[in-house]
Design a protein around this ligand. Structure first.
Ligand SMILES: Nc1nc2c([nH]c(=O)n2[C@H]2C[C@H](O)[C@@H](COP(=O)(O)OP(=O)(O)OP(=O)(O)O)O2)c(=O)[nH]1
Ligand SMILES: [Mg+2]
Length: 136
Protein backbone atom coordinates (compact mmCIF):
# COMPACT_ATOMS: atom_id res chain seq x y z
CA UNK A 1 0.00 0.00 0.00
CA UNK A 2 1.29 3.46 -0.80
CA UNK A 3 0.53 6.66 1.03
CA UNK A 4 0.78 10.17 -0.31
CA UNK A 5 4.05 11.54 1.05
CA UNK A 6 3.28 15.24 1.33
CA UNK A 7 1.26 16.63 4.19
CA UNK A 8 0.08 20.25 4.02
CA UNK A 9 -1.71 22.37 6.58
CA UNK A 10 -4.22 24.73 5.01
CA UNK A 11 -6.05 27.75 6.41
CA UNK A 12 -9.51 28.10 4.85
CA UNK A 13 -11.83 31.12 5.13
CA UNK A 14 -15.61 30.85 5.02
CA UNK A 15 -16.27 34.58 4.64
CA UNK A 16 -19.81 35.69 5.46
CA UNK A 17 -21.32 39.06 4.54
CA UNK A 18 -24.22 41.02 6.06
CA UNK A 19 -26.70 39.20 3.78
CA UNK A 20 -25.54 35.82 5.13
CA UNK A 21 -23.89 34.91 1.83
CA UNK A 22 -20.51 33.17 1.66
CA UNK A 23 -17.65 34.01 -0.71
CA UNK A 24 -16.42 31.31 -3.07
CA UNK A 25 -13.79 31.50 -5.82
CA UNK A 26 -13.02 29.33 -8.82
CA UNK A 27 -9.47 27.92 -8.91
CA UNK A 28 -7.28 28.71 -11.91
CA UNK A 29 -7.94 26.40 -14.85
CA UNK A 30 -4.80 24.36 -15.49
CA UNK A 31 -3.59 24.27 -11.87
CA UNK A 32 -4.39 21.68 -9.19
CA UNK A 33 -8.14 21.21 -8.78
CA UNK A 34 -8.38 23.57 -11.75
CA UNK A 35 -11.78 25.07 -12.42
CA UNK A 36 -13.30 23.84 -9.16
CA UNK A 37 -14.81 26.26 -6.65
CA UNK A 38 -13.25 26.68 -3.20
CA UNK A 39 -13.20 28.88 -0.16
CA UNK A 40 -10.17 31.20 -0.20
CA UNK A 41 -7.11 29.98 1.65
CA UNK A 42 -3.75 28.31 1.36
CA UNK A 43 -0.78 26.76 3.06
CA UNK A 44 0.32 27.76 6.55
CA UNK A 45 3.80 29.26 6.55
CA UNK A 46 6.26 28.20 9.28
CA UNK A 47 5.31 29.71 12.63
CA UNK A 48 1.96 30.99 11.41
CA UNK A 49 -1.36 30.30 13.13
CA UNK A 50 -4.37 29.31 11.02
CA UNK A 51 -5.94 32.73 11.71
CA UNK A 52 -2.79 34.58 10.56
CA UNK A 53 -2.59 32.40 7.46
CA UNK A 54 -6.23 33.12 6.59
CA UNK A 55 -5.82 36.90 6.88
CA UNK A 56 -2.69 36.77 4.68
CA UNK A 57 -4.14 34.42 2.03
CA UNK A 58 -7.38 36.39 1.76
CA UNK A 59 -5.37 39.59 1.21
CA UNK A 60 -3.06 37.91 -1.33
CA UNK A 61 -5.76 36.07 -3.27
CA UNK A 62 -8.75 38.42 -3.29
CA UNK A 63 -7.55 41.65 -1.63
CA UNK A 64 -10.22 42.01 1.04
CA UNK A 65 -10.08 42.36 4.82
CA UNK A 66 -11.78 39.86 7.11
CA UNK A 67 -12.06 39.25 10.84
CA UNK A 68 -11.28 35.61 11.57
CA UNK A 69 -13.81 34.06 13.92
CA UNK A 70 -14.51 30.65 15.38
CA UNK A 71 -13.39 27.35 13.92
CA UNK A 72 -16.15 25.75 11.84
CA UNK A 73 -14.42 22.40 11.35
CA UNK A 74 -10.97 20.82 10.99
CA UNK A 75 -10.73 18.17 8.29
CA UNK A 76 -8.05 15.60 7.54
CA UNK A 77 -8.35 14.53 3.93
CA UNK A 78 -6.11 12.48 1.66
CA UNK A 79 -6.12 13.07 -2.07
CA UNK A 80 -4.07 10.72 -4.27
CA UNK A 81 -1.37 13.37 -4.59
CA UNK A 82 -1.43 15.11 -1.20
CA UNK A 83 -2.56 14.71 2.40
CA UNK A 84 -4.19 17.79 3.90
CA UNK A 85 -5.38 19.20 7.18
CA UNK A 86 -7.87 22.00 6.51
CA UNK A 87 -8.41 24.49 9.37
CA UNK A 88 -11.71 26.07 8.39
CA UNK A 89 -12.75 29.28 10.16
CA UNK A 90 -15.84 31.42 9.89
CA UNK A 91 -14.79 34.96 8.95
CA UNK A 92 -16.64 38.24 8.90
CA UNK A 93 -16.29 40.33 5.74
CA UNK A 94 -14.94 43.75 6.70
CA UNK A 95 -13.90 45.79 3.66
CA UNK A 96 -12.59 45.88 0.11
CA UNK A 97 -13.95 44.90 -3.30
CA UNK A 98 -12.99 41.25 -3.99
CA UNK A 99 -10.42 41.00 -6.83
CA UNK A 100 -9.70 37.93 -8.97
CA UNK A 101 -5.93 38.08 -8.33
CA UNK A 102 -5.37 34.33 -8.04
CA UNK A 103 -8.62 32.85 -9.29
CA UNK A 104 -10.93 32.75 -12.31
CA UNK A 105 -14.05 34.13 -10.70
CA UNK A 106 -15.52 35.16 -7.35
CA UNK A 107 -19.13 34.91 -6.17
CA UNK A 108 -21.16 35.59 -3.05
CA UNK A 109 -23.65 32.73 -2.72
CA UNK A 110 -26.38 31.69 -0.29
CA UNK A 111 -25.55 28.61 1.78
CA UNK A 112 -28.62 26.92 0.27
CA UNK A 113 -27.08 27.36 -3.23
CA UNK A 114 -23.63 25.86 -2.50
CA UNK A 115 -24.82 22.52 -3.91
CA UNK A 116 -24.89 24.04 -7.40
CA UNK A 117 -21.08 24.40 -7.48
CA UNK A 118 -18.36 21.80 -7.96
CA UNK A 119 -15.83 21.75 -5.10
CA UNK A 120 -12.88 19.47 -4.24
CA UNK A 121 -13.95 16.32 -2.40
CA UNK A 122 -12.88 17.56 1.06
CA UNK A 123 -15.37 20.42 0.85
CA UNK A 124 -18.35 18.10 1.26
CA UNK A 125 -17.76 18.14 5.02
CA UNK A 126 -17.33 21.92 5.11
CA UNK A 127 -20.62 22.48 3.32
CA UNK A 128 -22.39 19.96 5.51
CA UNK A 129 -21.08 21.75 8.64
CA UNK A 130 -22.28 25.09 7.26
CA UNK A 131 -25.76 23.75 6.55
CA UNK A 132 -25.94 22.23 10.01
CA UNK A 133 -24.89 25.46 11.69
CA UNK A 134 -26.96 27.95 9.70
CA UNK A 135 -29.90 26.07 8.18
CA UNK A 136 -31.07 23.73 10.92
N1 LIG B 1 -8.02 27.22 -0.36
C1 LIG B 1 -8.68 26.08 -0.39
N2 LIG B 1 -8.01 24.92 -0.61
C2 LIG B 1 -8.74 23.80 -0.63
C3 LIG B 1 -10.15 23.79 -0.42
N3 LIG B 1 -10.59 22.50 -0.52
C4 LIG B 1 -9.51 21.72 -0.76
O1 LIG B 1 -9.49 20.51 -0.91
N4 LIG B 1 -8.37 22.52 -0.85
C5 LIG B 1 -7.04 22.02 -1.13
C6 LIG B 1 -6.54 22.34 -2.51
C7 LIG B 1 -5.05 22.45 -2.31
O2 LIG B 1 -4.47 21.15 -2.36
C8 LIG B 1 -4.92 22.98 -0.90
C9 LIG B 1 -4.81 24.48 -0.84
O3 LIG B 1 -3.79 24.84 -1.58
P1 LIG B 1 -3.71 26.21 -2.37
O4 LIG B 1 -3.44 25.88 -3.77
O5 LIG B 1 -4.84 27.10 -2.05
O6 LIG B 1 -2.40 26.72 -1.64
P2 LIG B 1 -1.77 28.14 -1.74
O7 LIG B 1 -2.88 29.15 -1.83
O8 LIG B 1 -0.80 28.22 -0.59
O9 LIG B 1 -1.10 28.12 -3.16
P3 LIG B 1 0.24 27.55 -3.74
O10 LIG B 1 1.32 28.36 -3.12
O11 LIG B 1 0.29 26.09 -3.40
O12 LIG B 1 0.03 27.79 -5.20
O13 LIG B 1 -6.12 22.61 -0.23
C10 LIG B 1 -10.83 25.01 -0.20
O14 LIG B 1 -12.05 25.09 -0.02
N5 LIG B 1 -10.04 26.12 -0.20
MG1 LIG C 1 -4.94 29.17 -2.23
Amino acid sequence: MTFPSKHKQIGVAVIINDQGEVLIDRRPVGGSFGGLWEFPGGKLEPGETAAECIVREVREEIAIEVAVGESLITIDHSYPQVRLTLYVHLCQYLSGQPQTIACEEIRWVAITDLGEYRFPKANGEIIQALRQKFLS
